[in-house]
Ligand binder design. Sequence first.
Ligand code: AMP
Length: 430
Amino acid sequence: MFEGTVFGKLDQKLQHAVADAGYKTPTPIQEKAMPHVLDGRDLIGCAQTGTGKTAAFMLPILDHLVKVRRPRRIGHPRALVLSPTRELAAQTAENVRAYSKYAGLPFACVFGGVSQFGQVKDIKKGAETVIACPGRLIDLMTQGIIFLDQVECFVLDEADRMLDMGFLPDIKRIISKLPRKRQSLFFSATLSPQIMKLAGELVHDPVQVSISPETPTVEKINQKVMFVEKSQKDMLLVYLLKAHPEWTRVIVFTKMRHGADRILKKLLRAEEKCAAIHSDKTQNQRTRALDGFRKGTVRVLVATDIASRGIDVPDVSCVINMELPLETESYVHRIGRTARAGESGAAISFVTADERGQLKAVERFIKKTIPVDRDQPFHASSPDGGRANGRENVRSQEQWIHPANRNRTNRKRQKHKSFLGRRQPDFGQK
Ligand code: AMP
């Protein structure tokens, strides 16, 4: 079915499932990593979400589980994937469900914030693969529900995020329970010395594959910067959402949880269908928000960085950064929510005078100057300073607007300006 590509080396049942998922050819990370993982090698993969990295490790692992059958031992999984966030764990589990639909490989997905009942049930049914967040996994190990002594394949996904979130002690505890003879796969969007030190403790004679931040996926994203004063950011956001009815799914990123809640209130007042997702929300609230976003009942998802990884929703039209993230790598993670697997998307960052340093850092990291869009009603010339030189000046807002909507949008813009004029006091920063 997939002769001549690495997918062709997989078990037939997996190939059918891959075809059902609509994959036609492997992505670069899959092309580079999968042959080594299929050969049983340890691997350090440097790749961000959106590159197809989940399939790059999951398909070879499932292939191993199908081809090398062993008697099932309840509570003793053969494959373990560690994920930093519940959302990423749930999405990886969805991939496993899709890929193993013909092979019938039982799995369990375990994370905190919800009852363990359903998760324990899946483990007791003989899950061979467990996708887990560190905290709940340790909980279940302590309760004598999961044992790691039979793990043949271990994946540490988004290792950099794990360290950021302070999971290092948990990870070390988990690693200490794994058998010495195993295959270990280590994925991270960045490879800092600290990350490489952790990798060194985990992998043995690894192959290293890297998909740099300037992957085609990120290059396909139409990135823009808008200079705006802090007090006008909310108005600019509402303006853009009204001016672009063709954006069906928009993710708005904020640095802080309370910022996300504040923006949500403004958007609700502006009659946008919106929801927020951050670490103060319960698991059920997060799931509901993401489901609504997937189904299209929620148009605008307001999220903090913690949620930025692993939001796997196709057709995100635009990502808007209310502020640039403190960590430059997060910029790539954030904008990677759009332009998933080959589609194109837009990413707009609101930048104040104070954030110019951060903008420079982001540009250094992505090795690219992000064009400034001055043609918006809240453009603040002061943050611009001497930056105009050598930059592509996006003169026309029309470039952002779907041709079918241009006239309509111009009319709307006029109307909207007066709407904003009337409502201005309501939209001011608290
Ligand atoms: P990931 O980087 O693993 O989060 O994957 C990002 C998205 O790309 C997911 O929606 C995958 O289902 C999709 N994807 C992964 N591999 C391929 C492929 N070879 N062709 C098309 N889509 C893919």
